[in-house]
Design a binder for this molecule. Structure first.
Ligand code: KG4
Ligand code: ZN
Length: 322
């Protein structure tokens, strides 16, 4: 079954073509990062306009890359939520028009479910499993007992991890999106700053990152006031060490409590090198536990993950909607 996925929820215009939920035949992504970075974040109106300008080219590029004609496509899957509404609408309308014009079935996909299913390109799913979702807008721990069954164990009570990374990056004078730059800087530093590790109460699977983010901002402000030099690499490393401790400890606790066979990590922050190492070291100690991360290019927003999630939604429900 060949699925064409469409993603336009934020600042990436993306179309991908995936066979049987596994084999990526095309993964076209047009990123607007260069446009938004001068503003330090995504400007919704600007994002929608760029999606409008690029979407048909990205469709054409994906079809060319897969060397396929529309009549060979069995299903169109598109992100319908969550995201910036003006941006989402561009992808939804393009996907619907394409499906309708070519008489192709159509399904709607949740962006976060898409991030989770990016892992399926890497590895089959072994249930029960834990999904750790760490993106720019979400931080969630989910238990999955089967495909498309999501039980929310915990979520952030304030900032998402990616959001905290971007704000910390801003006070360290790093360009948007700063997550990867903080990650790279952290690799060159030592965790010499004392920052909180916010675990909330010991039974909770919820997260809180705004206190940690504020502690970093306060550290920078105090140094500025006293005219002291900040060791940016050490501060980035201290921040990342605290984030990784929290994410690893809650994920491993959930994996043990629910006796899961696999952990999958989803969303832009799944690209984080510190998190990858922290989770690998912790899971290596649990015999038989499988740890899966998507490939780097499928961690941040893309449409291959939407095609995979759409494939499962369709084969499980056998229904479509226009
Ligand atoms: O999943 P995503 O592409 O978009 C949302 O659905 O939100 O995630 C983007 C987020 C941004 O906050 C970005 O700074 C962060 O993922 N990010 C990282 C890394 N790469 C991307 N954060 C930490 N370390 C990274 N290597
Ligand atoms: Zn995303």
């Amino acid at each position: 079954m060949i699925v064409l996925g469409v993603e336009s929820s934020c600042d990436e215009t993306a179309v991908a073509i995936v066979k049987d939920g596994k084999e990526v035949l095309a993964n076209a992504v047009y990123t607007q990062i260069d446009i938004h970075k001068e503003f330090g974040g995504v400007i919704p109106e600007v994002a929608s306009r760029h999606h409008v300008q690029k979407i048909t080219y990205v469709f054409e590029e994906a079809l060319r890359e897969a060397n396929i004609t529309p009549d060979k496509i069995d299903l169109v899957a598109v992100t319908t939520h969550p995201g910036l509404i003006g941006s989402l609408l561009v992808g939804i309308n393009a996907a619907k028009a394409f499906a309708f014009a070519h008489h192709i079935k159509y399904v709607e996909v949740d962006h976060i479910v898409g991030h989770i299913y990016a892992n399926y390109i890497e590895s089959d799913f072994n249930f029960p499993m834990i999904a750790l979702v760490v993106s720019g807008g979400h931080t969630e721990l989910l238990l999955m007992k089967d495909h498309y069954q999501f039980e929310l164990l915990g979520e952030t009570l304030d900032d998402a991890v990616g959001e905290a990374y971007d704000k910390v990056g801003r006070v360290l004078d790093l360009e948007y999106p700063a997550g990867v730059k903080v990650d790279n800087l952290a690799a060159t530093g030592e965790p010499s700053y004392h920052l909180p590790v916010v675990l909330l109460d010991k039974d909770s699977y919820n997260f809180s990152f705004s206190g940690l983010k504020s502690a970093v901002i306060n550290t920078v402000n105090k140094c500025h006031m006293k005219g002291e030099e900040i060791n940016k690499a050490d501060l980035a490393c201290s921040f990342q060490t605290s984030v990784v401790k929290v994410l690893v400890s809650k994920t491993i606790k959930a994996a043990k409590e629910y006796n899961v066979k696999q952990i999958v990590v989803a969303g832009g922050v799944a690209a984080n090198k510190g998190l990858r190492k922290g989770l690998k070291d912790a899971t290596d100690e649990i015999p038989g536990l499988i740890l899966t991360f998507p490939k780097m290019k499928y961690c941040t927003d893309n449409a291959a993950m939407i095609a995979v999630a759409g494939y499962f939604k369709y084969i499980l429900s056998n229904t479509t909607n226009y």
